[in-house]
Write a protein that binds this ligand. Structure first.
Ligand code: G6P
Length: 600
């Protein structure tokens, strides 16, 4: 949510900053801006809309100088317009800053600052920080003015700040992600690794309540008490081509097609001689209950995880949406395990749920993609997805790899708990990348089906058992990128409401697997057909009864029931992608969404 970049060095500042912003655009894209120190003044430029608007402005070429900051916004306070776009400045336009997060006490701070004579121009929470620094600034005390301002703030922030007279660029963080890229005779600030990967693979992950003071040849990290901290410099393993489209029209399509490789990577070195190798200390014998906590697509992965973990370990699993979990006074404590599932490792509600569980004595495990992210650092133990960077806002390969990691966890815990692993499951798991490739090779057939439903206004996704969360995920994919209303339901619940929506215009997407619920699903399909609904069936069964009632069939390969979810989700991702593409939507940046939700 909001992307920040900062640069100090001798390259063309605006070029470095724009490159970083473009790579962070998935974090927000309603307006953007840039500020640079030129001589002894601050120059800034802001534009409403996507980053291209900033790039197109002729004034951008004046944004040279040796240090600068930039921002791509996802609005929280104040509508998306040029005034509310970052950077924000103080009254004298001597201080400029960009911010990701929410200043919760900005009303009180603003009232006080206004009384003291400060002039505000925007409706944002961020602007108070610029005025606070101005208030505390006395000749050459830029760093201590920043610290004093931060002490007044409640809420979350990642900040990058410049002053017209300072040779230093300052970054600060509390609760929102921020990294420092370590270069040679130049240094960088970014919300996330893609912002700096083109220039350096060495990063420092700032901790909460730390500030970094950057010059071209030096980075000093301090806590708010002024104590110097020796930060760890981490080496990033991602390559630049992993964060580029590589010939695909969109990141989402690239990431859908990357799934066989991503799954192989997630499995890599974790299955040896039919045994699961995970370096975990958790012992199922000491474990009472498991809580899976996540948001969005990761929550759907958690729902699939419940099904798998309960089946393989016979432990009871509760699945919660993080924003609900943390406010419902959950009964969790010693002997319990909270598993946080997150692609970005930065989702605010998921992160806070972990802190709550830890506080109450539970153990915590993260299933996370982004190495070094806040969640990965907060949990007791972590299983990394190893899926590589996911840029498309609609999550695809992270979902399948989250389910893979939950499955590996369940197999591992099941085995440790004395349950025998069925060899066929391991075999099917290892065959999965090949099976997904088969589905991908039929993507043009799915595109043809997408053409038929491109003008639908609403749709229903139905599945049972492990495929109920897949129905939810299919529906989420369609609605978030095509703006067609879509609902996922357990097929057995259909008669308790959703059936009222059925008419000849409603596409109903069924997931019909060769398992003990098949006959029931076929009856549900008959009921939809009897009401003239249009049926698209994702199935691994070649049954005449299914053909008869389906308007369109997407055939998928057979596999073990607990792995079927991973197969069935892929055609639904492809279907959603093509519907959105045919509707002319840039599904890498869907309306109002952001990839990483770092505010509540
Ligand atoms: C946002 C993204 C989703 C993602 C969710 C949770 O809504 O658009 O794709 O599933 O956040 O994010 P996380 O990074 O915690 O998996």
């Amino acid at each position: 949510m909001c992307g920040i970049t900062g640069y100090i060095g001798s390259k063309k500042t605006y070029e470095v900053l724009l490159d970083g912003l473009r790579r962070l655009e998935y974090r927000g894209y309603d307006s953007s801006g840039i500020a640079v120190q030129v001589g002894n003044s601050i120059k800034f430029l802001k534009r409403k809309g996507k980053i291209i608007e900033l790039e197109k402005s002729p004034e951008i070429k004046n944004m040279v100088g040796t240090m600068g900051i930039s921002h791509t916004r996802w609005a929280t306070h104040g509508i998306p317009n040029e005034i509310n776009a970052h950077p924000h400045l103080d009254c004298k336009k001597e201080i400029a800053l960009v911010h990701n997060g929410i200043i919760e006490n900005y009303h009180q701070l603003k009232e006080k600052l206004v009384r003291e004579g400060h002039k505000f121009i925007s409706a944002t929470d961020t602007e108070v920080v610029a005025h606070l620094i101005e208030k505390y600034y006395k000749k050459n005390n830029f760093e201590s003015a920043v610290v004093r301002a931060i002490e007044d703030i409640h809420g979350s922030f990642a900040l990058a700040i410049i002053h017209k007279d300072s040779e230093k660029l300052i970054a600060a963080r509390r609760g929102s992600p921020l990294i420092i890229g370590v270069g040679r005779n130049e240094n960088f600030i970014g919300s996330d690794v893609p912002a700096i990967l083109k220039f350096t693979k060495k990063v420092i992950y700032l901790n909460d309540d730390e500030i970094a003071i950057l010059s071209p040849n030096n980075i000093i990290v301090k806590n708010l008490q002024g104590k110097i901290i020796r930060p760890k410099v981490n080496e990033i393993k991602w390559s630049l081509d992993q964060i580029e489209k590589g010939g695909f029209k969109h990141f989402m399509l690239k990431e859908i097609f990357e799934q066989p490789q991503a799954i192989s990577n997630a499995l890599s070195a974790r299955i040896i001689n039919n045994k699961i190798k995970l370096d975990l200390k958790i012992n199922p014998k000491n474990l009472q209950r498991i809580f899976l906590v996540a948001c969005g697509t990761a929550w759907h992965a958690g729902l699939v995880g419940k099904y798998i973990i309960e089946k393989l370990t016979r432990k009871s699993v509760e699945v919660d949406i993080a924003s609900e979990f943390r406010y419902r006074n959950p009964i969790i404590g010693k002997g319990d395990l909270l598993i946080a599932v997150s692609q970005s490792g930065e989702t605010a509600d998921t992160l806070e749920s972990i802190k709550l569980a830890k506080h109450q004595g539970a153990k915590t495990l993260g299933i996370v993609n982004a190495v070094g992210s806040s969640i990965a650092r907060e949990v007791d133990e972590v299983i990394y997805l190893q899926a590589g960077p996911e840029i498309g806002v609609a999550s695809t390969k992270a979902f399948t790899c989250q389910v893979i990691c939950l499955l590996l966890f369940a197999l591992y815990m099941g085995e440790k708990g004395g349950n025998k692993i069925e060899k066929i499951v391991i075999k099917d798991l290892q065959a999965l990348p090949k099976l997904i490739k088969k589905i991908l090779s039929k993507s043009k057939d799915i595109q043809k089906i997408a053409k038929k439903y491109v003008n639908a206004q609403s749709s229903l996704y139905l599945g049972r058992g492990i495929n109920f969360p897949i129905a939810l995920e299919g529906a989420l994919k369609l609605k978030e990128i095509s703006y067609i209303h879509a609902e996922g339901y357990p097929a057995g619940e259909m008669k308790h409401g959703p059936i009222a929506l059925v008419d000849e215009k409603l596409p109903v997407i069924f997931i019909a697997n060769d398992d003990h619920t098949l006959e029931k699903i076929i009856s549900n399909m008959e009921e939809i057909k009897a009401r003239q609904g249009k049926i698209i069936t994702v199935t691994n069964v070649a049954a005449e009864k299914i053909k008869k009632v389906s308007d369109d069939i997407i055939g998928v390969p057979k596999t073990s029931e607990i792995i079927s979810a991973l197969i069935n989700v892929v055609p639904l991702q492809i279907l959603a992608y093509y519907v959105a593409d045919l509707r002319g939507i840039d599904m890498d940046k869907p309306r109002n969404l952001a990839k990483s939700v770092t505010v509540e």
